[in-house]
Structures are given as structure tokens and as C-alpha cells.
Design a protein around this ligand. Structure first.
Ligand code: SF4
Length: 345
């Protein structure tokens, strides 16, 4: 992450995304700031409902504009997206920025061939002829590792395996060489072998094109594999950020530590039992007072004056590294030492 006085390729400042529902206002994202450079990957990690997917739908302008109040700033290569017209966003989507989702089958139309769907995206943004679009679709299928692309280009999505559909969706997302790719849990539904292949593919494509990637996941193992920088979200807020090495080697927030200790790894210590984080993610309609993590935090009672349940800790960031927690560095050092933090190093 860059310091705030540099202009990053993607710059998000104090983003707030609030929905109105029949039950009240849902504060899905509540003051989020981050930067992303070209050619780098930012991993956004958190449980369901932490605000990570909403953040990215908002960047793409895919939220319901009538029921959503958005505040803050999203700059993509200097262009403000929050105030952009739908027609402008339409031009940017698929061209300058693209997204791949978890469920390729739901994202691809079952009525059209894979080649037509990739080709149409290309034609829409470049004005290419049908023949040129078909050639481009074949080239993209080849690039993402589909065997016999000149034949498979005429297949329908149901004729592809799950891994091949995911590759086809990546081909569609990258057909116009976007500079920003948002990947929302793109490998969650795949088996580990295919997952590893897709991750390698994304890394190769990023090297080739210099794409900036926002990678959303609940899996710290995936973050360890692909991210340069990490942003940990909880209850619509960033609770910790830093480089991958900083966050995974020396976590500063009890929630990050909890995530690490609740996930198995292939090379982690076998004698350290997994310990799931107790409780459930907070309601964003009526979030807990103070630190939103306090009802689940094993360290809350160690902070003097009951501060955790009354005062929201500020996210203090120095040089891109930061966390939002009332624990002092000395307390953190003392308390965290008892917990296994080496699983994902
Ligand atoms: Fe836990 Fe308090 Fe830190 Fe929140 S502020 S994470 S409740 S110690």
C-alpha cells in the first residue's frame, strides 16, 4: 500500500456503504481506506458479512443505487467512480476493470456458447468484427489453458467442467486486458488441485499484463499464496492491514489471530489444536458498541476500564501498517505469545 500522498492506481478513501432495509440501516462498509498499485495484489480477508464483497461491488458500481447510500471516494486511475454516471461505469466494466466470481455457472449464460460470451464482451468494448471476436475468444481460451480452444470455443457452459468454467470466466474477464481485476472467492468451489492451477494462472496473467488484483477470500492460506498486501475486515471495518508478511507473521489484531488459529494448514504444527473464533459475526443493523469484535474477543477484559465495549478503537496506520485495537504493544506481545501464530508463516 502506498502512503496517502501518492496517487495509487486504485485509491479508496473513507468509504461508507449503507443500505436501507425494512428493519433499518445496514452499515455494510463503515469507513474503509486502502490503496492498490498496478501489478500488485491486495487480499481482503474476513468472514461472511464483513463487508468485503460489498466493497468490491461498490467499486464496480454494481450496487442498488436506489437503496444504497455511499460516501467517501473511490479513484480508479484518477477517475472518481462514486459520482460517475452509469454509462461511464458501463464503459469501464469489462474494459478497465473486471470481476470474477465464485460461481462461474451462475455468471455464464447457459444459452450461449463460451466463445460467443467471451467474444461479445470483446466486441462491446473494442468494436471488433464477429470473426475478430471469435479469434480473440480462442486466443483467450488458449491463454487460460483450455485444451483444443478452437473446438471448445463452440461449447456451452454445461459442457465444461467446474475448473474449465472458472478458466473461461477468467478469460472473459481478461479479454479486454483490464487494469484492475476483482476476484471474489474465485476458487472456493473448486477442489484443491484446480484451485492451485487457477491461482497460478492468475499470477502468470498478472505478471504478463501488470494487472492490479483485489482478491477477496475468507482463507488465509489463499492470502499467503497470492497477496502482496492484506486488509482484514470485521463488521464493515478494516481492523488490520499491512504487507502479507507483516500480517501473517506478526498479527496485531485479536481477530486476525483468531482467523489464523482457526484454520488448518498443510505445513502447520500438528500438535497445536485448531480453535474456532467463538460466537458469530456482528449484526450490521445493530452492531455492538465500542469495538465490534468485543463480544467474541478473549482479550477484551484485559483492557482497563471496560474500554472495549464503550469506545471504538481507531485504525492507526503508520507506513501502510496498522490495526484497530485498544491493546498496547506490550500487552499484545505478552498475550499473543501464548497463541500459535506460526501456522501461515
Ligand atoms: Fe479485543 Fe478490545 Fe482489541 Fe477489540 S479493542 S480486538 S475487544 S482487545
Amino acid at each position: 500500500m502506498t502512503s496517502t500522498d501518492q496517487q495509487a492506481f486504485l485509491s479508496v478513501r473513507d468509504l461508507k456503504v449503507h443500505f436501507s432495509t425494512e428493519d433499518g440501516i445496514v452499515k455494510a462498509v463503515d469507513g474503509l481506506t486502502f490503496d492498490l498499485e498496478k501489478g500488485k495484489t491486495l487480499g481482503i480477508v474476513g468472514e461472511s458479512g464483513s463487508g468485503k464483497s460489498v466493497t468490491n461491488l461498490t467499486i464496480l458500481g454494481l450496487h442498488d443505487r436506489h437503496r444504497t447510500a455511499i460516501d467517501g471516494e473511490i479513484l480508479l486511475d484518477g477517475k472518481e467512480l462514486i459520482t460517475a454516471r452509469e454509462s461511464e461505469l458501463e464503459k469501464l466494466r469489462g474494459n478497465k476493470m473486471a470481476m470474477i466470481f465464485q460461481d462461474a455457472l451462475a455468471s455464464l449464460s447457459p444459452y450461449h456458447t463460451i466463445g460467443k460470451q467471451i467474444g461479445e464482451t470483446y466486441r462491446k468494448h473494442t468494436g471488433a468484427s464477429k470473426q475478430e471476436a471469435r479469434a480473440r475468444a480462442i486466443e483467450m481460451l488458449k491463454r487460460v489453458g483450455i485444451p483444443q480452444p478452437d473446438m471448445r470455443v463452440d461449447d456451452y457452459p454445461h459442457q465444461f467442467s467446474g475448473g474449465m468454467r472458472q478458466r473461461a470466466m477468467i478469460a472473459m474477464a481478461l479479454v479486454c486486458d483490464p487494469e484492475l481485476l476483482i476476484a471474489d472467492e474465485p476458487t472456493t468451489a473448486l477442489d484443491v488441485t484446480v484451485q492451485a492451477q487457477i491461482m497460478d494462472l492468475l499470477k502468470d496473467l498478472q505478471q504478463e499484463f501488470g494487472t492490479a488484483i483485489v482478491f477477496i477470500t475468507h482463507d488465509l492460506g489463499v492470502i499467503a499464496d497470492i497477496a502482496d498486501d492484506v486488509l482484514v475486515m470485521y463488521g464493515g471495518r478494516c481492523v488490520e492491514r499491512g504487507t502479507k508478511q507483516e500480517v501473517l507473521r506478526t498479527p496485531r489484531h485479536p481477530y486476525t489471530l483468531g482467523l489464523m488459529n482457526s484454520m488448518p494448514t498443510l505445513d502447520g504444527p500438528v500438535d497445536v489444536p485448531l480453535s474456532p473464533i467463538p460466537g458469530s459475526p456482528p449484526s450490521l443493523l445493530n452492531p455492538p458498541s465500542g469495538c465490534r469484535f468485543h463480544p467474541r474477543c478473549s482479550f477484551a477484559e484485559k483492557v482497563a476500564g471496560g474500554l472495549c465495549s464503550t469506545e471504538q478503537p481507531a485504525l492507526e496506520v503508520v507506513g501502510g501498517r496498522g490495526s484497530a485495537c485498544h491493546l498496547t504493544p506490550e500487552q499484545r506481545q505478552e498475550f499473543f505469545a501464548d497463541f500459535a501464530v506460526s501456522r501461515h508463516n
